[in-house]
Design a protein around this ligand. Structure first.
Ligand code: NAD
Ligand code: AKB
Length: 316
C-alpha cells in the first residue's frame, strides 16, 4: 500500500527507463504524488499525466530547493551518461555520473529522505569477471568509464547506507529492451534498433558481432523489479551496493533468428564498431540468485515473448 505522505521525484524522467517508470509510479499513486523532472523538454508520453519540472541534477542547490518545495520523500535518479556515449567523453561521463549521485545522496542525508533509487549496470563487470552466470560478488574491474562510474557509485551507495543510514537501493540492470522511448547511447541499443529497422526496411546492420552474448531484459520486467525492490521491507535488502538481476541472454544472431520467425525475409549484416570492445568486456549471463532469495525477484519475459510483444507494439 503506498504511503499517503509519499512524494516521489523522478530525475531523468524523459529517458528510456524514466518515461515508463514515471508512468507506472503514477498508476500506483494519487494524482500529483509523482513529479517528473529532466533537463530535456517533457516527453510527449508524460504530458498530461502529472507534474513536470525542469531540473539539472548537477546543480545541488536547485535540487535541494525542489526537494523542500515539493516535500519530496523519495528520489529515483536515472540521469546518467551510458556506455557508448561515455567512451566519447570519459571525463564528462565520470563527472555527470558521480556528481549527480553525490548530490542526491547528500540531500537525502541532510533532509532524511525516506528512500533513494539509483541504477547500476552489468557494466560494473570487466574482462576478468567470470563470463557465465557472473556472481553477485566476484572480480569487479570495469574497463569503461561508464562501468568505473557505476562501480564507484555502488560503493558510495553502500557507504551512505552504512555511515548515514540513507535507505538507497539499486539494481544492476542488464541491457533493456523497450518500444515507448528511445535508448540513450548504450552498447545494448542494437537490440532495440534491430526491431525498428526490421519493421521499416527489413534489414539491420548490427554494430556487434553475430555471437556477442549479453544479459538482456524486457522493460516491463525491469520496471517491476525496480518497484518490487523499492517496496520490499528494508530488512530484506541485504545487498546495499547493487543487486544482480537477470532475465535472458542472447546475441544479435539469436534475436535476428527470432525476428525471422515473424518476418522470414528479414536480413542482417554484421559490421562491428568500437562498441564491440565494450560488449566483449561484459558478462554473457548473470547469476541473480541473491535478488531471488532476498526479495523474491522473478523475470517473466524470455526472448520469444519479448520479441512478440515488441513487434506487436511497434506495429501499432
Ligand atoms: P537515458 O539516457 O535514456 O535517460 C537519461 C535521462 O537523464 C535523459 O532523459 C537525460 O535528458 C536525463 N539527464 C541527463 N543529464 C541530466 C541532468 N544533468 N539533469 C537532469 N536530467 C539529466 O538513460 P536510461 O537508459 O533511461 O538509463 C537510466 C539509468 O539506468 C542510468 O543510470 C543508466 O546507467 C541505467 N541503466 C540503463 C540501462 C539500459 O539498458 N537502458 C541498463 C543498465 C543501467
Ligand atoms: C549500456 O549499454 O550502456 C546500457 C547498460 C547495459 O548499462 N544499456
Amino acid at each position: 500500500m503506498p504511503n499517503r505522505d509519499e512524494k516521489i521525484l523522478v530525475v531523468g524522467a524523459c529517458g528510456q527507463i524514466g518515461v515508463e517508470l514515471t508512468l507506472q509510479l503514477r498508476k500506483m499513486h494519487r494524482e500529483g504524488v509523482v513529479i517528473a523532472s529532466d533537463l530535456r523538454e517533457e516527453h510527449p508520453l508524460l504530458k498530461g499525466t502529472g507534474p513536470y519540472v525542469s531540473l539539472d541534477i548537477m546543480n545541488k542547490e536547485t535540487f535541494h530547493v525542489l526537494v523542500l518545495r515539493y516535500n519530496i520523500t523519495q528520489v529515483y535518479l536515472l540521469a546518467a551518461i551510458l556506455s557508448a556515449t561515455g567512451e566519447k567523453n570519459p571525463t564528462l561521463a565520470w563527472h555527470i555520473n558521480m556528481q549527480s549521485l553525490l548530490n542526491v545522496l547528500e540531500v537525502a542525508k541532510e533532509e532524511n529522505l525516506a528512500k533513494i533509487y539509483w541504477p547500476s549496470s552489468i557494466a560494473v563487470f570487466g574482462p576478468d569477471s567470470p563470463k557465465h552466470n557472473t556472481p553477485q560478488h566476484t572480480v569487479i574491474e570495469p574497463t569503461t568509464v561508464y562501468g568505473i562510474s557505476k562501480f564507484a557509485g555502488e560503493r558510495w551507495c553502500e557507504y551512505y547506507f552504512n555511515r548515514y543510514n540513507v535507505d538507497v537501493r539499486s539494481l544492476r540492470y542488464p541491457g533493456l529492451i523497450s518500444y515507448k522511448s528511445q535508448p540513450g547511447g548504450g552498447t545494448t541499443d542494437y537490440a532495440i534498433e534491430i526491431f525498428h529497422d526490421a519493421l521499416s526496411n527489413g534489414h539491420y546492420t548490427s554494430f556487434l558481432n553475430e555471437n556477442t552474448y549479453l544479459p538482456m531484459m524486457y522493460m516491463p520486467d525491469a520496471i517491476r523489479a525496480t518497484i518490487e525492490l523499492m517496496e520490499a521491507d528494508a530488512s530484506k535488502i541485504k545487498v546495499r551496493s547493487s543487486y544482480n538481476i537477470g532475465a535472458m541472454s542472447f546475441s544479435p544472431g539469436d534475436i535476428a533468428a527470432e525476428i525471422k520467425k515473424h518476418f522470414p525475409d528479414f536480413t542482417i549484416r554484421y559490421k562491428p564498431d568500437s562498441r564491440q570492445n565494450i560488449a566483449n568486456s561484459w558478462p554473457r549471463s548473470i547469476d541473480d540468485s541473491e535478488a531471488k532469495n532476498d526479495w523474491g525477484w522473478k523475470p517473466e519475459y524470455d526472448i520469444e515473448r519479448m520479441t512478440e510483444d515488441m513487434l506487436k507494439n511497434l506495429q501499432h
